[in-house]
Design a protein around this ligand. Sequence first.
Ligand SMILES: O=P(O)(O)OC[C@H]1O[C@H](OP(=O)(O)OP(=O)(O)O)[C@H](O)[C@@H]1O
Ligand SMILES: Nc1ncnc2[nH]cnc12
Length: 191
Amino acid sequence: MESLRQYVRDIPDFPKPGILFRDITPMLANPEALTAAVDAMAVPFVDAGVEVIAAAEARGFIFAAPLAMKLNAGFVPIRKPGKLPFDMHSFAYELEYGTDELQIHVDGVKKGQRVLLVDDLLATGGTMEACCRLLEKCDAEIVGCSFLIHLEVLGGAARLSPYQVQSVLTYGQDDEEAELSIQNRQPGPSV
Ligand SMILES: O=P(O)(O)OC[C@H]1O[C@H](OP(=O)(O)OP(=O)(O)O)[C@H](O)[C@@H]1O
Ligand SMILES: Nc1ncnc2[nH]cnc12
């Protein structure tokens, strides 16, 4: 699965200085890579009895709908404020680069339904922790959290305990250091 990494593009200082943005748009644009990514995200949960996939907009939606179809589950959107038309639960949270709030319809998930939470990327864990809190307010049974990318150094997985966390691509301390040193390298004198 490591070959999927070649479709993730690193953009330094986006959307703020100091953030190394992992851009998945090259992966999304490639049909084989996109299929492989969705398949790999589903694998740990094929026999988990998932009834509902829930995901936060916007990038979470990209993987949620194909995963729902693959796991024969429904899809329930978790949205930013002002988007959902019916009664909702809300939860405010912090991002790697800002703050936000997420909402879910009160009747989106029934009590005891088995829910798999999905997102493209786990960084600080603030977004997925907010999703977990929203599903807990619905009295759902959280089966786990499935990510395409896990940025390990930001410690997000600890915030999702006790839930099962799965990711397809992991970026650890070594990756961050190697990439930062490449970014900071000054051009040498020309000879
Ligand atoms: O683990 P965290 O620190 O919470 O970061 C991860 C979240 O950040 C990104 O979403 P973003 O809020 O940038 O919104 P988008 O999906 O609309 O691009 C990403 O898609 C995750 O949802
Ligand atoms: N470093 C990062 N790259 C891409 N998406 C992100 N969401 C939060 N942090 C991110």
